[in-house]
Ligand binder design. Structure first.
Ligand code: PML
Ligand code: MG
Ligand code: MG
Ligand code: MG
Length: 256
C-alpha cells in the first residue's frame, strides 16, 4: 500500500508590515494536510489570522510544501492542570515544576531575568541550563517549531476522554510541547500566550508531562513567553533542524 502524501502548511501574520521589517507579530500556525484537504487547511489558518485578539494583520503569508520524509507518530504528553488564584502563585508553581524537571534554581532565575526582553519574539528561545544564556542565533525571530499536527478526530477523542474543551489552542500547544519534549536534549519548556485574553500557560517535560497552570499573566498583557531549556546540546543545528523540519503527528491511543 502506498503511504499518503502530506503537505506542511504554515501561516504567519503581522501588523505594521512583515515581521522582518519590524511588524508586530499577530499570529502563526502550522498544519499537516493531505492534498485534498489543502483548501480547508489554508482557510483554517486564514481564519486564525484575520480574527485575532492581538489585532488585525496587514501582512499575512500562507505557504505549503510537500513533505519528503516519513512522518513520525508519537503519543501526546500526559496532562495535568494546576488551578491557581494569582499570577504570583502561578509563576511559583511554574518555577517549582521547572526545578522538578531538572532546571537548576539559579538557571530558572537567570531565564526569568531575560523573559521580558524576549516577550515579543514570534518563536521560542533556546536557553542553555549550563551557561545560563540564550544559545539560538535567531534574534527577533526565535525558533519556530514546525511540521507537526494532530488529526482533529483523534484529538477530539482525547479531549472528550479528559473532559477538556475541543480547543485548537490546547491542541496546538500540546502538539508543540510533545514534539519539543521528545528530543533528548530538551529539559523542559515554559510557555504562556502572547494573546491578551489568554492567561493559562504550562511547563512541559518528558517526565512531568504537560502541566497547565491557569494563571501565568494578567488579562490584557500581550507579552508571551516560550523558552526551551536545553542541556548537553553539542549539536545546536541538528536540534533546531529537528524542531523545524522533522514531520510528526501526535496520535492518542491505538486508532488510525
Ligand atoms: C498560545 O496561546 O500561544 C499558548 C497557549 C498555551 C496554553 C494552552 C492550554 O490551555 O493548555
Ligand atoms: Mg502564536
Ligand atoms: Mg488540522
Ligand atoms: Mg498567540
Amino acid at each position: 500500500m502506498q503511504e499518503e502524501v502530506f503537505y506542511s502548511v504554515r501561516m504567519r501574520a503581522s501588523k505594521n508590515g512583515p515581521h522582518e521589517k519590524g511588524g508586530k507579530h499577530i499570529s502563526g500556525g502550522e498544519q499537516l494536510s493531505t492534498y485534498a484537504n489543502l483548501k480547508h487547511s489554508v482557510n483554517t489558518l486564514l481564519e486564525k489570522a484575520i480574527s485575532h485578539s492581538r489585532g488585525n494583520p496587514d501582512f499575512m503569508q500562507i505557504q505549503f510544501e510537500m513533505i519528503d520524509k516519513p512522518i513520525k507518530k508519537i503519543q501526546p504528553l500526559p496532562m495535568g492542570t494546576h488551578e491557581v488564584g494569582s499570577v504570583e502563585e502561578g509563576q511559583s508553581v511554574a518555577r517549582s515544576l521547572l526545578q522538578k524537571a531538572g532546571v537548576p534554581a539559579e538557571m530558572i532565575e537567570k531565564a526569568y531575568e531575560q523573559v521580558t526582553e524576549y516577550s515579543d519574539l514570534r518563536g521560542a528561545i533556546l536557553f542553555d541550563i549550563r551557561s545560563g544564556s540564550r544559545i539560538d542565533d535567531r534574534q527577533q525571530k526565535g525558533v519556530r517549531v514546525s511540521r507537526m499536527d494532530w488529526l482533529t478526530t483523534n484529538f477530539e477523542k482525547w479531549a472528550d476522554h479528559y473532559q477538556m474543551p475541543r480547543s485548537p489552542r490546547v491542541k496546538e500547544a500540546l502538539v508543540l510541547a510533545t514534539k519539543v519534549s521528545t528530543h533528548p536534549a530538551t529539559v523542559a519548556e515554559l510557555c504562556w500566550s502572547d494573546d491578551p485574553e489568554y492567561i493559562t500557560g504550562y511547563v512541559a517535560s518528558k517526565q512531568l508531562g504537560y502541566q497547565r497552570i491557569t494563571k501565568l499573566k494578567e488579562y490584557g498583557d500581550e507579552r508571551g513567553c516560550r523558552i526551551f531549556f536545553v542541556d548537553g546540546l553539542s549539536d545546536r543545528h541538528s536540534y533546531i533542524d529537528y524542531l523545524e523540519k522533522q514531520p510528526l503527528f501526535v496520535q492518542w491511543g491505538e486508532d488510525e
